[in-house]
Design a binder for this molecule. Sequence first.
Ligand code: MD3
Ligand code: FE
Length: 203
Amino acid sequence: MEPTPALTIRGVVLYRDRLDTAAQAALVASLRELVQVAPFFRPVTARGQQMSVRMTSAGAVGWVSDRAGYRYQERHPAGQAWPDIPESLLALWKQVVPEARPPDSCLINFYDAGARMGMHQDRDEADLEQPVMSVSLGDDALFRIGNLTRGGRTESIWLNSGDVLVMGGAARLVYHGIDRVRPGSSSLLPQGGRLNLTLRVAR
Ligand code: MD3
Ligand code: FE
């Protein structure tokens, strides 16, 4: 089968349906083990607001946020080291962004029916020349892409389970967010919801 050609939206490259159902289910199985070591937590912003998205990480460092601010650190908020990044994700990174350095962090976001993520930039990583790769699993999500500065016109696109996005080059610093998820749109996760995995070179 020929792969579906990539679609580019404001420099963000979208590989539709890059993972088939079996690969998606295998990834969910590895994530079930991973969250037994590193349970989801609900980050608090520096201003004390609870985020609606639940998060955890894998890799040498993970992203955390609390009243002290946000940062990458070597330990889960509960104190343990983060689990390893699943091998299948490392293999996918090598296939999709072969010229990039190996990722040292995988942020795992979980969206239940009401969760959203406001418009933001990802700029906590040391080397912003390195791309970020995202994998969507479970319910569809409305992804919004803006500009290199806050505000201005935006474009929205629905992300589906199995889609892979690459943010590199100029697109690495675009504002982006998730407006909503569509409950019941996927049967991958028996209890519903959406997982998003982002592989990063954090240090
Ligand atoms: C564009 N996650 O974890 S993934 C995030 O679906 C994040 O959970 C969203 O934004 C989610 O920071 C969107 C797509 C994505 C990820 C990182 C980016 C788009 C990006 C970094 C730079 C530009
Ligand atoms: Fe982001």
